[in-house]
Design a protein around this ligand. Structure first.
Ligand code: SF4
Ligand code: SF4
Ligand code: FES
Length: 246
């Protein structure tokens, strides 16, 4: 009878950046933790093992554990990614976790993506601009939308605002005011929406400079790192063509 190979469980060494900016005595440092790997272990599970069994002060963010909420983005061995969707079996015996750059550090692996995303949304006015919204009658049937167009909008709506595209973006690391692929994706989403009455001149006012679509160096780190596989390169190229034509 053939021998069935037995999978050897490893002891992982996880080097984690520790720093609490609110503590004046805190100095950024890497701290190594050892964790016994289990079957189908994700980084979410590994970090919880560390917090429950070794260091309750370890700070990191999770909500959904299913790649939906966007709160668990971090630099996983040099690449931005979602910790809840990353299996330890895809990582070497020893690896490093860092917080996402480009965002305010709260502590350890926790960054304030919400504050950044809110600022971006307010700046780009990422809501439907329609003059007749005040007169909407909620008892009326909803306005139909072409299914193909609705599908295109839905595709862009899949962004979970995790911040991985900002962490992967050279321009975003150099310019605090760059709206990033996540912001440009939002503009293309509202530009598609037939209920939004803004035209390309209005969108040019929002992204027609180096903090918007003309600051993008098209190196495509954003699309490579997007955990939702959004077509960011296509959207940015399309938006640039439209803005050049204004
Ligand atoms: S575009 Fe992709 S990488 Fe960027 S915030 Fe949205 S889901 Fe995350
Ligand atoms: S393609 Fe543009 S938005 Fe995407 S990572 Fe490069 S510079 Fe940033
Ligand atoms: S915990 Fe929600 S995306 Fe990872």
């Amino acid at each position: 009878m053939d021998n069935i190979p037995v999978r050897q469980h490893r002891t992982l060494t996880i080097n984690i950046l520790r720093h609490n900016p609110a503590d004046g005595d805190s100095q950024p440092r890497l701290q190594a933790f050892e964790v016994d790997e289990t079957d189908a272990m994700t980084l979410f599970i590994a970090l919880n093992v560390i917090r429950e069994e070794q260091d309750p002060t370890l700070t990191f963010d999770f909500v959904c554990r299913a790649g939906i909420c966007g709160s668990c983005g971090m630099i996983i061995n040099g690449r931005p990614g979602l910790a809840c969707r990353t299996l330890t079996r895809d990582l070497p015996d020893e690896f490093t976790l860092l917080p996402l750059p480009g965002f305010e550090l709260i502590a350890d692996l926790s960054v304030n993506t919400g504050k950044w995303m809110r600022g971006m949304a307010e700046r780009l006015e990422t809501w439907v601009h329609a003059s007749d919204l005040a007169g909407v009658d909620l008892d009326q049937m909803e306005q139909p939308m072409d299914p193909h167009l609705a599908e295109q909008i839905y595709e862009l709506e899949r962004c979970i605002e995790c911040g991985c595209c900002i962490a992967a973006c050279g321009t975003a690391q150099m310019r605090d005011d760059f709206v990033g692929a996540v912001g440009l994706n939002q503009v293309t989403r509202f530009r598609l929406d037939p209920r939004d009455q803004r035209d390309d001149s209005d969108f040019y006012q929002l992204v027609g400079d180096d903090s918007g679509v003309f600051g993008c160096m098209t190196l495509l780190g954003c699309e490579d790192m997007c955990p939702k596989d959004l077509p960011l390169a296509t959207q940015i190229a399309f938006l640039r063509r439209r803005m050049v034509a204004v």
